[in-house]
Design a binder for this molecule. Structure first.
Ligand code: NAD
Length: 272
């Protein structure tokens, strides 16, 4: 098994996808996982960790064929399959295409990672436009609920749903007004859905990252000099420090956990 992108430069700006010493122990052997936004950042790290643990993955991505191809290569280097699905999760026709193709090719789905997300920077209440509010809600939460509903027919007892929310769901954010509201909605969705489908034996949990070095933050913020510096650990995290939580939530190790959210943020948020 080969490692990828394991050297983190001093400034932390280069995302580390998987730690050099992350061995994997077949925790997800033979599982099939779909990861939205699995081409980049946290989703890419989740795809590579899942592959190292023995899972095949389908990746939904919006734009960058290069990123998607890179992820596919990294997954294939682990000896696992990686199917790429390019499109916009907020479009009903694309979601239908994904669900139909999974029904045909895989027939079952063991793990759904709802991770695709967008943000418009510097969106305080004065700047925010109707179009941006709609787009942020469509991509981050509305499509998440719809895609989950449509994929449930492929899931069975023991399947897992893991949604990416954010520390902003709890702390709020004065410059990401719409984004933080969608993340709050995701946290509530996790708890509601967990109760709703508990009787099917499908577990629903979430991960709430704090600041993490990914293309999302590099592209959306002009000044990253203070990014992540105000938490107790005084730094932003790497995707490689977040992805193992998804492995835990997808594996047998978390068989008695549902409706829960793991906070990974350098100690920034303490509470429930
Ligand atoms: P990223 O931009 O590197 O990756 C997100 C990916 O989502 C994109 O590459 C894209 O392919 C996909 N995507 C976006 N819009 C889409 C759409 N309409 N249809 C299909 N795919 C779409 O970002 P990231 O930082 O890895 O973010 C992943 C998740 O983590 C997001 O939900 C984000 O809100 C959340 N998050 C990130 C941070 C952070 O600091 N990076 C903190 C908290 C939460």
């Amino acid at each position: 098994k080969s490692d990828s992108k394991s050297k983190v430069p001093e400034d932390g700006l280069f995302p580390e996808i998987i730690r050099e010493n992350y061995k994997g122990s077949d925790k997800l052997k033979g599982k099939k996982a779909l990861i939205s936004g699995g081409d980049s950042g946290i989703g890419q790290a989740v795809a590579v960790h899942f592959a190292r643990e023995g899972a095949d993955v389908v990746i939904i991505y919006k734009e960058s064929d290069d990123d998607a191809k890179e992820t596919q290569n990294l997954v294939e280097r682990e000896g696992r399959k990686c199917i790429l699905m390019k499109g916009d999760v907020s479009e009903k026709s694309f979601r239908k295409k994904c669900v139909d193709s999974l029904k045909k090719d895989w027939k079952t789905l063991d793990i759904l990672v709802n991770n695709a997300g967008i943000q418009f920077p510097e969106n305080d209440i004065k700047n925010i436009s109707d179009e941006q509010i709609l787009e942020t809600f469509n991509v981050n939460i509305i499509s998440m609920i719809a895609l989950t509903r449509d994929l449930l027919t492929l899931m069975k007892k023991g399947s897992r749903i893991i949604c990416t929310t954010s520390v902003t769901a709890y702390r709020g954010s004065d410059h990401l007004i719409d984004y933080s509201a969608t993340k709050g909605a995701i946290a509530t969705f996790i708890r509601s859905l967990a109760t709703n489908i508990a009787e099917k034996g499908i577990l629903v949990n979430g991960v709430a990252p704090g600041p993490v070095w990914t293309p999302l933050v590099k592209e959306t913020f002009d000044d990253l000099s203070s990014f992540g510096k105000d938490n107790p650990l005084k730094r932003a995290g790497q995707p490689s420090e977040v992805a193992p939580a998804y492995v835990f939530l997808a594996s047998e190790d978390s068989s008695f956990i549902t409706g829960e959210i793991i906070h990974i943020n350098g100690g920034d948020f303490v509470g429930g």
